[in-house]
Design a protein around this ligand. Structure first.
Ligand code: PGA
Length: 252
C-alpha cells in the first residue's frame, strides 16, 4: 500500500518569520488524514520552519539542491546541508527550474542519485508544455523525462522515489488537468517505471499530481488509482487551503 503524500511547494515565498507563522497556523488546524504531509519552504526559511515543527507529523523538504557534496559552487546548497537543516525530502527538476534556470534531465538524474546517497527522498518533477500536449507529444516527453531520472538508480532507491506529474500549462494558471488527463499520465509514469526498473518499483513509487490543486479538486484526483498525492504550489501558502487539501477525505 502506498501512503498518500500531500506536499506544499512554497516556491520563492515567505521570509523565516512569515514561514514560522504559517506553519504554526497549519499545526493549529486539525490535519486528520491518512496522508503524509510535506512542506518545502525556501532555503532561508528551513531553520525557522524546522523549529516550529518540532515533533509534529509534518515532513520538511527543500526545493532544489546541487549534486556535489561541497566545493566552489557559489550560491549552491549541498545534500548534506539540507539534511543538516532537517530535510527529509527535496523537490528536483521542477519545471520552473528546467525552464527558467536551464536544468537538464542529466542534472536531475545526478541530483536524484545524490539525494539517495544522503538519504533524502527526491520528489522528481516531470510535465509537458501546452505546445507539446497539443502536438500529441505528451507521452513521449514524459517517458523520456522519467526514464532519464530513474534509470541510473538502484531498484531499492527507485522504489522510494516520489514522482510528480505537473503539466506546465496547469501550474499557477488555475487550469487543472482533468482527472482523466492526470490519471492517464500518472498511469503512463507507472508503466515507464515498470519498464525501466521493474513492476515492484512501479507499484511502490508514489506519483503525485501538481498544477492548480485546490480543496475543491483534490478528492477527485485522489480517487484515481495511479494518483497517490499532490504537489501544491499557490494553495500551500494559506493554512486553511492547504489543510483543506490535506484533509481531502472530508471533501469527498
Ligand atoms: P500551483 O503550483 O499549485 O500553484 O499550480 C504547483 C507547482 O508548481 O508545484
Amino acid at each position: 500500500m502506498r501512503t498518500p503524500l500531500i506536499a506544499g511547494n512554497w516556491k520563492m515565498h515567505m521570509t523565516g518569520t512569515a514561514a514560522a507563522e504559517l506553519v504554526a497556523e497549519l499545526l493549529e488546524t486539525e490535519l486528520n488524514t491518512g496522508a503524509q504531509v510535506l512542506i518545502c519552504p525556501p532555503f532561508t526559511a528551513l531553520a525557522a520552519v524546522e523549529e516550529v515543527l518540532e515533533d509534529a507529523p509534518v515532513h520538511l523538504g527543500a526545493q532544489n539542491m546541487h549534486w556535489e557534496e561541497q566545493g566552489a559552487y557559489t550560491g549552491e546548497i549541498s545534500p548534506a546541508m539540507l539534511v543538516d537543516a532537517g530535510c527529509e525530502y527535496v523537490i528536483l527538476g521542477h519545471s520552473e527550474r528546467r525552464q527558467l534556470f536551464g536544468e537538464t534531465d542529466e542534472g536531475v538524474a545526478r541530483k536524484a542519485a545524490a539525494a539517495f546517497a544522503h538519504r533524502l527522498i527526491p520528489v522528481i518533477c516531470c510535465g509537458e508544455t501546452e505546445a507539446q500536449r497539443d502536438a500529441g507529444e505528451t507521452a513521449a516527453h514524459i517517458r523520456s523525462q522519467v526514464t532519464a531520472a530513474v534509470r541510473g538508480l538502484s531498484a531499492a532507491d527507485a522504489a522510494q522515489a516520489v514522482i510528480a506529474y505537473e503539466p506546465i500549462w496547469a501550474i499557477g494558471t488555475g487550469k487543472t488537468a482533468t482527472t482523466e488527463q492526470a490519471q492517464e499520465v500518472c498511469r503512463l509514469i507507472r508503466e515507464v517505471l515498470a519498464e525501466v526498473q521493474n513492476e515492484e518499483v512501479a507499484q511502490a513509487v508514489r506519483i503525485l499530481y501538481g498544477g492548480s490543486v485546490k480543496p475543491a479538486n483534490i478528492a477527485a484526483l485522489m480517487a484515481q488509482p495511479d494518483i497517490d498525492g499532490a504537489l501544491v504550489g499557490g494553495a500551500s501558502l494559506t493554512a486553511t487551503d492547504f489543510a483543506g487539501i490535506v484533509n481531502y477525505g472530508e471533501e469527498a
